[in-house]
Design a protein around this ligand. Structure first.
Ligand SMILES: NC(=O)c1ccc[n+]([C@@H]2O[C@H](COP(=O)([O-])OP(=O)(O)OC[C@H]3O[C@@H](n4cnc5c(N)ncnc54)[C@H](OP(=O)(O)O)[C@@H]3O)[C@@H](O)[C@H]2O)c1
Length: 325
C-alpha cells in the first residue's frame, strides 16, 4: 500500500521529527495536514503543494475532530515538557483527543510516536518490546509517554507505535547541537572510558520506520523499538562529531571521581539542586544497553540504513548554517 494521494494529519509538524516526517510524506505524494500550534514555526513547510498548515492544539478535542475529519491516517508526534501535571494535560489527554478524533474519522492507521524512554533510564542488557514500562519513574516524560501508549492501545482504529531512541540530525537540539558542542571541545571531556551505549537513530531512519508502519498490515496493533542495533558507544558518537572539527582527542573523567564529587556536593547542597541528579545522570551515561531490532526486521523486513559516520556527516551542513562549525 502507498500513501500517495492519501490525506494524513501530522501532529508536532513544526517540531524536529514531525518537520522531517511532514516533508517526507509530501514527497511521497500524500496530502499532508500539518498541525501547528504556532503556525509561524511552520514557515519551512509553506510553499509545498502537498502540505496544508492547520492551526490547532491537541488539548482542544473539538479542533482535533475538525482537523482529523476526512483523514486516512494520523501521525501523532506532538509532545510537551514540564512537570507531571503539565505533561499529563498535553501528552496524555492530548493523545486521548487525537485517538478519539481518529476513531470518529475511522482512519485506517494511527501511528503514534513513543520513545525507548518508556522502559526507563536504568535498564541494562537487552530490552525488547515486551520489556515492562517504568511506570513509577520520577521523570514525567517517562511516565507520560508510557501513559500515552496505554491510551493508544485501546484505540478502536488500527494503530502502530514506534519507540525511537535519541534521534539525531539537522535541527536536533540534544543529539546534534549539544552533542556536537560537547565533542567540539579539544579534548572532548566525557565520563569514564565512554563505553556506555546511547540508543541512537538518524532522523531519516526514524521517519522511514514511521512511514513503513503506516502501511504495513503486520504493523497493526504492534509497537517497535527504533534504534541502531547494536548502538555505538558515547565515545564513538562524540568522535564522529569531533572529526567535523578535525580533532580526535578524548579525556575521560574517571567515574569514581564523578560519583565522589557529586556525593560531597549533595551533602552541602539544597535537596532540590541538580547535584542530586549527577549520580543518576552518570549511571545513565555509563550504562550498556541494547534495544534489539529483530521485531521490525522479522515483521516488516525493516532495518535502519544510516550508519553513524554517514548520519553525523549529514548534520554538517546544518551545524555550519547555525554558525556552530
Ligand atoms: N527528539 C528525540 O530524540 C526523540 C526521541 C524519542 C522519541 N521522541 C518523540 O518524538 C516525538 C517528536 O519529538 P521532537 O523531539 O521532534 O519534538 P519537538 O521538536 O519538541 O516538537 C514538539 C512538537 O509538538 C508540538 N506541540 C507541543 N504541544 C502541543 C500542543 N498542545 N498541541 C499541538 N502541538 C503541540 C510543538 O509545537 P510548538 O512548536 O508550537 O511548541 C512541536 O511542533 C515526540 O513524541 C517525542 O516524544 C523524540
Amino acid at each position: 500500500m502507498t500513501l500517495a494521494g492519501k490525506t494524513v494529519l501530522v501532529t508536532g509538524a513544526t517540531g524536529f521529527l514531525g518537520g522531517v516526517l511532514t516533508l517526507r510524506m509530501a514527497q511521497e505524494g500524500a496530502n499532508v495536514r500539518a498541525l501547528a500550534r504556532t503556525p509561524e514555526k511552520g514557515a519551512f513547510l509553506r510553499d509545498n503543494d502537498n502540505i496544508t498548515l492547520v492551526q490547532g492544539d491537541i488539548t482542544d478535542a473539538a479542533r482535533m475532530r475538525e482537523v482529523i475529519q476526512g483523514c486516512d491516517g494520523v501521525f501523532h508526534g506532538a509532545v510537551s515538557y514540564g512537570n507531571l501535571e503539565q505533561q499529563r494535560r498535553v501528552n496524555v489527554e492530548g493523545t486521548r483527543n487525537v485517538v478519539q478524533a481518529s476513531e470518529a474519522a475511522k482512519v485506517s492507521r494511527l501511528v503514534h510516536v513513543s520513545t525507548l524512554a518508556v522502559y526507563g533510564y536504568d535498564v541494562r542488557g537487552e530490552v525488547g518490546e515486551d520489556h515492562p514500562f517504568a511506570v513509577n519513574h520520577n521523570d514525567p516524560y517517562v511516565v507520560t509517554k508510557g501513559e500515552e501508549e496505554v491510551v493508544v492501545r485501546v484505540a478502536k482504529v488500527p494503530y502502530s507505535i514506534v519507540r525511537p531512541g535519541g534521534i539525531y540530525g539537522a535541527r536536533s537540539g540534544l543529539w546534534t547541537r549539544t552533542a556536537f558542542l560537547t565533542a567540539r571541545r579539544n579534548p572532548t571531556l566525557w565520563i569514564g572510558d565512554g563505553s556506555g551505549t546511547p540508543p541512537l537513530i538518524y532522523v531519516d531512519d526514524a521517519v522511514d520506520l514511521l512511514v513503513a508502519v503506516a502501511t504495513h498490515p503486520a504493523a497493526a496493533g504492534e509497537a517497535f523499538n527504533c534504534a541502531n542495533d547494536p548502538s555505538a558507544t558515547w565515545r564513538e558518537f562524540l568522535a564522529e562529531y569531533a572529526k567535523l572539527v578535525g580533532h580526535s582527542n578524548y579525556l575521560g573523567i574517571p567515574t569514581p571521581i564523578i560519583f565522589g564529587l557529586a556525593g560531597v556536593a549533595a551533602l552541602f547542597d539544597n535537596p532540590d539542586r541538580a547535584s542530586r541528579d549527577i549520580p543518576k545522570l552518570a549511571r545513565w551515561l555509563t550504562r550498556r544497553v541494547r534495544y534489539p531490532m529483530t521485531k521490525a526486521r522479522d515483521l516488516l523486513g525493516w532495518q535502519p540504513k544510516t550508519d553513524l559516520a554517514t548520519g553525523v556527516k549529514l548534520c554538517e551542513g546544518w551545524l555550519r548554517e547555525r554558525g556552530l562549525l
